[in-house]
Write a protein that binds this ligand. Sequence first.
Ligand SMILES: [Mg+2]
Length: 241
Amino acid sequence: MPRHFFFDLDNTLTRSKSHITSAHAEILMRLTERADVVVVSGHPQKDIREHLEKALDGRYYILAQNGNYAQMPDGKIVWERRLSPQQVAAIHEFTTKARKHLAYKVRDENDIIEDRGCQVAFSFIGHHENQDIKDAFDPDHAKRKKLLEDLREDIELLRKKHNIQILIAGTTNLDIIEAGKTKGYNITEFIKTLGWRKEDCIYIGDALFPGGNDETVIGIIPTRPVKDYKETYEYLQSILK
Ligand SMILES: [Mg+2]
């Protein structure tokens, strides 16, 4: 059994942007008694804690904002790689242009851009839009891939001039981060910092396919793809027997 378990959050430990079920929290609790648990997500740290059960607080490591915010179970911050004000301004310029280009009607104008400190999350229709609507919005990523294609030159400029990279994430999002500061990079740094061995780790995620937001972990530590969060707990139950 691996000694260190890394999990994506959305659709790996919980339904996307939803609270963990109590039955699943209980399985995860049992795992924390036997191994280290690290939650790696594009979400900010506050969301991760909210989406998991209170009882699990203090029992897992956090790699929030794609790992650009790292925290120990006792709350000690390991690092926080904040975007510079210039980078944030350049990102806002880009998202303003992207929104004009898309011209979607959205329910809440203030629910589109989330400045998370170490990354900016851009939802096409709203971070807190109804989950069924979000699930149906862009399941094959085609809408987001098209925008990235349409604004190719702006994206190129963001990268060259401001060292910014854009990733497709979640159901309706683009995660905008410092170039290269992906889940894969941050997991590499994290296990080095903690002195963990790669072969003792496993990463479980629903988006380990090409272009998915877990893809950068491939080749860093062993990975296990899951179809959805239900499959994660079937796997955990089988190894906790
Ligand atoms: Mg996911």
